[in-house]
Write a protein that binds this ligand. Sequence first.
Ligand SMILES: Cc1cc2nc3c(=O)[nH]c(=O)nc-3n(C[C@H](O)[C@H](O)[C@H](O)COP(=O)(O)O)c2cc1C
Length: 360
Amino acid sequence: MAALFSPLTIGDLALPSRIVMAPMTRHRASYGKIPGELSALYYAQRASAALIISESTEIDPFSAIDVPTRPGLTNDDQEAGWRLVANTVHKAGGRIFVQLSHMGRTAHPSQLCGGRQPVAPSALAAAGTVYTAKGAEPYASPRALELDEIPTIVAGFAAASARAKSAGFDGIEIHGANGYLVDQFLRDGSNIRTDSYGGSVKNRARILLEIIEAIEAHWPLNRIGVRLSPTNPYQGMSDSDPASHFAQIAGLLDPLGLAYLHVVEPLVQPEGYPVTAAAIRLAFTGPLILAGGFKRAHAEQALAKGRADLIAFGQAFIANPDLPMRWRQNTTLNSADKSTYYTQGAKGYTDYPSLELVQG
Ligand SMILES: Cc1cc2nc3c(=O)[nH]c(=O)nc-3n(C[C@H](O)[C@H](O)[C@H](O)COP(=O)(O)O)c2cc1C
């Protein structure tokens, strides 16, 4: 069975270990949603990951304009910014997929071009609050997408994926997790449509399959990954039977020959909390990444028991640019300074000491 430092080839991409860097939103793109030199430095510092998955990157040019420091991939300037990032990571010896996302109901009208109402599969608001220029405000009520609007969203993912190709990324991760638009379609707590995009699992997964098919015009399937979070309640998400529904979704994805399926499932769960990863592992025979609070020992155990092929680490990678080297040397880890998450400027993210610096 696999060990943390055993190599793995996914599709035609050779990975040196099983240690993936999870996607993590930062607000450090320059105004205009353009990743700049700080982004390139941040990702290049982490190039020893088996695979870097970028922060969530928007495919909708009209979305969340009030958060200008969250990156997009919808115009030439943003593409040029990401080219700098991809080139810098490659020069440092790494591999990087871009995570493409649409916010759906989690965007706020104050953030949207012309104060537009956010869109979602169904007119059901997310629970909780969203950060706006005026501070925390309740999520807005979205409007349900018309059937004839869905192809534009699918085309937006494809267009961003074409730009990702031209920017030099190694592949695409479709953000189908954590309560954003694709996840809103997948789970029955946020999708009560009665047309061909709602009701059965197959219908709820239709938009995801259409996005994959559209991206296939620009990328081989073995360079396309999908991230799912069947049980994450973040942003008011729920599903009536996540283990069964997401095993069926994994079964629909299985024959495609994707680069990987990436499942977020909290490692430590309250009693009675549903567990979906095992059912998904049975239904999906391609490479499986697990994420959600993994420490080194948990990861080694999961790999050894064949529960996953790769493990994605989030916050440990923010604080430890050279995480794989630290584990190889059994050295202590830096802890993350959470007060710098989602902030701008140069403090945090790129100033954590590497072993090279510490050991001279
Ligand atoms: C600051 C921060 C930003 C995040 N942004 C994203 C994101 O953009 N896309 C995503 O799919 N998950 C995002 N996540 C979730 C992480 O990818 C990961 O699943 C989560 O942090 C659990 O892993 P960990 O315990 O190893 O950090 C974010 C997490 C953190 C802490």
